[in-house]
Ligand binder design. Structure first.
Ligand code: NAD
Length: 367
């Protein structure tokens, strides 16, 4: 995938995307070195192994940086780990002028962004996303957070990074299951806002897309189009008062599935949970926002063969409903969803009753 860096600017910070992104980062870092700021890099065990050597190889300036590492996995996005990192920053004498670079997927950028936002009331932070979800979604938009009691993102901040550098080369070592998980967020971006992107994406079955090497121009298109959608929405509504809620399509039920799995042995990947959430919320959309059943069928045909199915009601429907009650979009005890009135047309603030949700989970179960 050859494309030199393109800059997309939010009102507050640049997002650089492409082969040249790391060169731009190098220039930016020189400013921090000049100011004698301390630079720290946060990784998880996998990004330390797969991405850090590549980063140091390309940006030898960073060899002097202090590396902080945590184990990989969603359960590490916790207050306990955040506290551990604050203590680590303290023991390395990080001060207000320090810079924390988050090298990793959404877990690392959410956690590192949160840690940076609160340490000494906020230090500079840069996101270097290394997963598909991180590159098209999690690292962009300034949301940080940790899970509490296995409930997703219960504590967090809106905190703008100094910059986001999307270097597609990191994706090469990403396991296929993680690529698939990222494709759920790609599909979501298309479904809420860009029908033409959905048509383009779904010309190929999902399983076939998973075989396309990251060096192919296909992925450049996926990255640019998905990032544009996210940036466009976030620019209009940075603090999620209205339009940004569009990005939650599939996530009310998806987060309940993910949270439920955090309490069990077998962890469900974020994107896999969102894929199931999008189908369930597709069923809700039939009744609440008049989604055409043929369009829902189209979604099912593309999503289901790639992601498979979780037995939802069969497992524990009541627990999912209970988890949805904690969703941050809810108001006055109503469970609120972002639904679709058509492909490419998200609709926010759709209140659904427990009965309607139960029906949607049951329709999904019978697929
Ligand atoms: N802040 C936001 O706006 C936002 C948006 C979407 C998702 N999220 C959050 O993002 C998280 C999910 O993101 P994710 O899927 O990137 O999770 P993740 O960070 O846990 O990464 C998934 C796995 O891939 C490994 N990995 C990362 N980069 C790799 C690489 N280049 N090569 C090999 N392995 C690599 C990680 O170690 C981990 O095991 C969730 O916590 C979700 O809530 C946040």
């Amino acid at each position: 995938m050859k494309f030199s860096a393109r800059t997309v600017r939010t009102s507050r910070y640049p997002v650089l995307i492409g082969e040249g992104a790391l060169e731009h980062l190098q220039k930016e870092l020189k400013g921090f070195w000049k100011m004698k700021s301390q630079i720290l890099i946060l990784t998880d065990a996998n990004t330390r192994r797969f991405c850090l050597p590549e980063l140091l190889n390309r940006l030898p300036l960073l060899e002097e940086a202090t590396v902080l590492s945590v184990d990989a996995g969603e359960e590490k996005k916790s207050l306990l780990i955040a506290e551990y990192l604050w203590k680590e920053l303290g023991s390395h004498h990080a001060d207000r002028a320090s810079l924390l670079i988050n090298l990793g997927g959404g877990m690392v950028t959410d956690l590192g962004g949160f840690v940076a936002s609160a340490y000494h009331r906020g230090i500079s932070t840069i996101h270097l996303p290394t997963t598909l979800i991180g590159q098209i979604d999690a690292a962009i938009g300034g949301k940080t957070g940790v899970n509490i009691n296995s409930l997703k993102n219960q504590v967090g901040t809106f905190y703008s990074p100094h910059g986001v550098y999307v270097w597609p080369g990191f994706l090469i070592t990403l396991p296929m299951a993680q690529v698939r998980s990222g494709l759920a967020e790609v599909a979501k971006a298309a479904l809420i806002q860009d029908e033409q992107f959905w048509r383009w994406l779904t010309r190929k079955p999902l399983l076939q897309i998973l075989e396309i090497p990251f060096t192919e121009p296909f992925w450049k298109e996926v990255l640019l189009r998905s990032i544009r959608i996210k940036m466009d929405i976030v620019k209009q509504d940075p603090f999620e008062r209205n339009r940004r809620k569009l990005l939650n399509f599939g996530h009310t039920i998806g987060h309940a599935i993910e949270s439920f799995s955090l309490r069990r042995e077998t962890l469900v990947l974020h994107g896999d949970a969102v894929a199931a959430g999008m189908l369930c919320e597709g069923f809700l959309s039939l009744h609440k926002t008049a989604l055409d059943p043929l369009q829902l069928e189209e979604m099912i045909r593309w999503i289901l063969p790639g992601f498979g199915k979780f037995p939802l009601l069969e497992e524990n429907g009541a627990a999912y409903l209970d988890l949805m009650q904690h969703d941050k979009k809810n108001r006055q005890q109503e469970i609120r969803f972002t639904l679709l009135s058509g492909i490419g047309k998200g609709k926010i603030n759709q209140a659904c009753t427990p009965g309607q949700i139960h029906e949607a989970l049951s329709a999904y179960d019978t697929l």
